[in-house]
Write a protein that binds this ligand. Structure first.
Ligand SMILES: C[S@@+](CC[C@H](N)C(=O)[O-])C[C@H]1O[C@@H](n2cnc3c(N)ncnc32)[C@H](O)[C@@H]1O
Length: 237
């Protein structure tokens, strides 16, 4: 079975961000629906004006910029230089430069943030794109480390129920369960089921767990998706 190295995965993403081809939605300036849903949920609980949020693997910053427009102080990082340069340009064009901080950072290497420093962390199709179990575990532990006590982690991710991804797992599998290498780019992606996510984040408290059904287009064909939307909370010290 084919596998992919971290360096190969990063190269594929750098190319995709430079010239969007397979994942055109990642080039969009519209925020992720899952992040907008999280903001509404958060806003119903707390005033968001002095809140500090972080999006790991933020791509070109579509959701970071939107959250900054809602007056949240946002940081976003990605391992793609191309994506972060474009995110900074877009933040400036949107007039939210002072509310955003973008940096190049690999999620699988020690994060350059203090412990207990963010009110929330967003994982929007982020760990799903980390190609090794060790890398995903490391990124999860860092996300938890940088969250303040009582802080929230949003996980919006691919489900094992998604039609397109199911097809990919059958036709282009890897040795990891529920994962595949994209047939054209070779890029790794992992899908999740709810039980696996509950175990993965078992050191946090699960607060919300929902599904977000929608239609998505891949290679000109429409597929049903049933993505997973979960909110976890870090314990008080
Ligand atoms: C599916 S995209 C999601 C982007 C963004 N969260 C969004 O919703 O637009 C996955 C992102 O993860 C980034 N990525 C993948 N592995 C990474 C890693 N180890 N460290 C940092 N970024 C990574 C990719 O460059 C890409 O921008």
């Amino acid at each position: 079975m084919k596998e992919i190295t971290h360096g190969e995965q990063q190269k594929i993403w750098e190319k995709e961000h430079e010239a969007p081809y397979v994942l055109r939605q990642m080039d969009s300036e519209n925020p992720s629906g899952g992040v907008v849903k999280f903001y509404k949920w958060l806003y119903s609980k707390t005033a968001t004006e002095n809140v500090k949020g972080l999006e790991m693997c933020c791509g070109k910053g579509r959701s970071v910029i939107w959250l900054a427009k809602q007056k949240i102080n946002m940081t976003g990082f990605d391992f793609s230089k191309n994506a972060i340069e474009e995110a900074r340009r877009r933040a400036e064009a949107a007039g939210v430069q002072s509310k955003t901080n973008f940096l190049v950072q690999d999620a699988t290497k020690k994060w350059k943030f203090d412990s207990d420093s963010f009110d929330f962390v967003v994982d929007c199709f982020a760990t799903t794109d980390i190609e090794s179990a060790e890398g995903r575990n490391f990124a999860r532990d860092e996300a938890i480390r940088v969250l303040k006590p009582n802080g929230y982690l949003l996980v919006y991710t691919l489900s094992t129920d998604n039609e397109f991804h199911k097809e990919m797992i059958k036709t282009s599998p890897t040795s990891q369960s529920n994962a595949f290498l994209h047939p054209t780019t070779g890029k790794f992606e992992k899908t999740w089921d709810v039980t696996e996510l509950e175990m993965f984040y078992s050191s946090l408290t699960l607060i919300e767990s929902e599904r977000v059904p929608k239609m998505s287009t891949f290679f000109g064909k429409e597929y049903k998706e049933n993505n997973i939307w979960m909110v976890f909370q870090k314990a008080t010290i």
